[in-house]
Each structure stands twice: as structure tokens, then as C-alpha cells.
Design a protein around this ligand. Sequence first.
Ligand SMILES: C[S@@+](CC[C@H](N)C(=O)[O-])C[C@H]1O[C@@H](n2cnc3c(N)ncnc32)[C@H](O)[C@@H]1O
Length: 287
Amino acid sequence: MLTYVYLRNEEDGLPTRPSQDYAKDKLAILKGYLGRFTTAMKDKSWRALNYIDLQAGPGKNSFKPSGDILLGSPLLALTTRFAFDNVFLVEMGTSEYDALVSRVEASNLGESVKHYNEDCNVAVDKIVENIKQNDKVYSPGIWPCLNLAFLDPEGLEVEWQTVEKLASLQRMDLIINFSTNGITRNAGQLVGHEEDTVIDRFFGTREWRSIYEETRRKGGSVVRRELIDFYLGRLKGMGYVKTKREEKPFKNQRNVQVYTMIFASKHDLGIQFWNGAVQEVNQPRLF
Ligand SMILES: C[S@@+](CC[C@H](N)C(=O)[O-])C[C@H]1O[C@@H](n2cnc3c(N)ncnc32)[C@H](O)[C@@H]1O
């Protein structure tokens, strides 16, 4: 099989991730952001442009009900016009990981890629250490690595500690798929637990519990809003003063909000790229 089939929005014989059509906008926004980011930064004096994907999946998604097959986040990052210097891909699932590696290797894009077949909360240490080592070497006139991380979990598997570790790098922008569904489905059951729960680890604190208790009677949309704002507030506490959330497109067929995309940066330019990518996706499409 010709290698380029692995990089196109089409069937290539390897496993795909089943997905719903409403999730296409998530990938379209990511693609728009990646294009803007790599184009604007290509001639700048960054030591390296790094992309980190903590839940890479198999590399392609098959959407329902349309039947479309589209590149997933790791392959979007590997097919930008101006390339990232380093791409760090984490995927815990064995079959997804195998498909991902086959696609990446078959496409001759492998040289800049490091893969990790493990929990993202473990792999993050190796990735951050790798980038810190690179940042350590002094080169006059060269800025530190510029890093972009995409966090795209199925639920609440990305622990706050992991976000903190990423944020400890000198330049790190974050695109986070915040699973509102994962929280609202589990919060009622976990809010009274004595031991730390998955939601406590997700927020890195138990403070969400009192917010949930105070707002739960006001309905799901208020709970979601308050908890997203709480998370954004925690990001701001780490210096991410430029934050945005995109809630509108990510509802399932029953009109239930499934997730919110959060963008967090310390710089205006990142917000400009983000707004551009979102506007492009939100524009009415004629066909
Ligand atoms: C929503 S999918 C990712 C889709 C992918 N970003 C894309 O755009 O095509 C989430 C993936 O995370 C993987 N996963 C689940 N828990 C994980 C963990 N703790 N660490 C790393 N990967 C995990 C799942 O196997 C799944 O493939």
C-alpha cells in the first residue's frame, strides 16, 4: 500500500476510532490552530517547536452517522505545512497504540516522533524531562522550546498534577477537552466519598465538592459552568491568564453537552490563533 494513504482522510485497513459527527468540530478547531501556530512560529528563534498529544488514539477516526474517516489529532500534527520539530504521542490502549505506530512509521514521519504506550500521567514525566533537558543547553539568541499540548481524554483521566507538570515548562500552551459529561455523570456519586476520587485527582483538590453541593439544585448547566470556571481559575493560578472555552458545538444528538474545549495560554498571540480557528469552524458552511 502506498504510504500516503495513511495520511489521508480515507480507509487504510488499520483500526480507526469510532466517533460521532458532533466531534468533527473539535478536530477542525485543532487543525486550524495547528496550522496557524506552526506557520507563525516557523522562522522564530525557538529552540524547538514541540507538540504533545496525551491521548493520541489510533490516528484516524470513523464518524457516525456520516461514515467519514478523518485524521485524528496526532496525524493532524504530523501533516501541518510547516512541521513540528518534535512530536510526543501517548496512547495507553494497546490496539490503538499499535495502529498509531503503524500509521506513523508507514508514513515516513517517524523521525521526529516519540511514542509512549502507557498512562499519560506517567508518560508526562518523561516528556517534560526530555524538553527540560533541551531547554537547559544554553545557546545565545535562542529562546526556549515552544510547546503545545493537546489533552483529549475520554473522561477524567488527566490528573491535575499532569497539567501542572506540563505547565512547569517555560512556554506551554494547552488545548484541553474538558469532559463535562464525565463530571456530571459521576459527581453525585463521588461527592461524599471519604477517599480521593477520580474527580479530586482531575481538579487536584476537593474544592469542587462544595461548588457542586452549592449548585447541584440549580441544574446541570449551572453545575457545568461553575466547574469549568473553577478549572479555568486554577489554570489562571498557574499564570494562564489568557483562557477561552468553546462549548457550543460539542453537544451530542440528544442535545446534551458532552465536553467543552478549553484553550489556555500566557500570551495574546495564542488567543488570536485560537479565535481564528474557532471562527473558521463556526462560519456557516454552504455545502
Ligand atoms: C478521545 S480518544 C483520543 C482521540 C484522539 N485525540 C483523536 O483526535 O483522534 C482518547 C484516547 O485516550 C486513550 N486513553 C485512555 N486513558 C488514557 C490514559 N490514562 N493515558 C493515555 N491514553 C489514554 C484511549 O485509549 C483513547 O484512544
